[in-house]
Design a protein. Structure first.
Length: 298
């Protein structure tokens, strides 16, 4: 799709497009048709004319759009446009009319200069947003634990100056959070709430060595993930439970608890990632969910 839509101009030859992915025109056309149910030339022309209709409605002239689209003349553009949209381009001038054309695959121009690709079919299962956010949280935490194994202890134990409202300060000592303490909090977070979600005893483990946190995390994730999947599958967001670990015991809903986990995990992950970044360990960036989503889809 990248090769196909890199240049939508009408004067770009199909063979040139196919050569971008090192295929013959025949094999490229066959693969595209099999994947999206539409010949590549028709797909490119349709999206080009959707983009043209959008541009006309936002002040572009017919001549300018015809030239930008690669047509030899405004007349040739007008004929192609009228066949596709059922009305001449002049009807669209400065009128924000619907620009989407019928398509067998849901692929359309997406303003101002992008492309809209459909997700899974309606009859296929889709990932719940909470599940995706949870998987992102677990993935970033896992990656940070792996990275921590390569980082000297003096960096892991270096106090982090920035801490929103001193959330992770130790009230007994007044010390600042460190990468190690934040990673430990992220692991403990999964241990504690996994126990709450599954109704099992929570044991506060003290091993905050990198290897120890790695083992604890690997043990905590499966029941935590399974509990989240059960909550999502059974729509138990409003189901309440008593957390006897709190002093005094408190009542929470699953929805509120999951939101709590994701909110404070995001804060701690960001703090730790910024500290890694400041120390020169920048491979993980800031753990942007969009990058995780692209990795997951890919």
């Amino acid at each position: 799709m990248d090769a196909l839509l890199n240049d939508l101009r009408a004067d770009v030859a199909g063979g040139e497009v196919a050569s971008r992915v090192y295929l013959s025109r025949f094999h490229f056309d066959r693969l595209v048709r099999a994947a999206v149910g539409e010949p590549p030339a028709r797909l490119r022309r349709r999206i080009l004319l959707e983009q043209a209709a959008y541009a006309l409605g936002r002040g572009a002239t017919v001549t300018d759009v015809a030239c930008a689209c690669g047509y030899g003349s405004p007349e040739a553009f007008a004929r192609a446009f009228s066949r596709a949209h059922g009305r001449p381009p002049s009807d669209f001038l400065k009128r924000r009319l619907p620009f989407v054309l019928p398509a067998p695959n849901g692929i359309h121009f997406h303003p101002p200069c992008g492309l809209m690709l459909p997700g899974r079919n309606e009859d296929e299962s889709t990932m719940d947003l909470t599940e995706r956010m949870t998987e992102h949280d677990l993935w970033v935490t896992d990656q940070m634990l792996r990275l921590a194994a390569e980082v000297p202890d003096q960096i892991l134990d270096r106090p982090i100056v920035l801490s929103v409202e001193n959330l992770d300060d130790d009230p007994s000592t007044g010390t600042r959070p460190t990468i190690r303490s934040l990673l430990n909090a992220l692991v403990r977070n999964k241990e504690m709430w996994g126990a709450n979600f599954t109704g099992t005893d929570y044991v506060d483990q003290q091993n905050d060595s990198v290897d120890g946190m790695r083992r604890r995390f690997d043990e905590a994730v499966p029941p935590y993930r399974a509990a989240l999947a059960r909550i999502v599958a059974n729509n138990q967001w409003d189901t309440a439970f008593v957390d006897a670990v709190c002093e005094p015991p408190q009542t929470f809903t699953y929805g509120g608890a999951v939101a709590h986990v994701l909110t404070f995990s995001a804060y701690r992950r960001t703090q730790a990632l910024l500290a890694f970044h400041a120390a020169g360990y920048r491979d993980l960036g800031l753990g942007d969910p969009m990058h995780f989503d692209k990795r997951d889809v890919g």
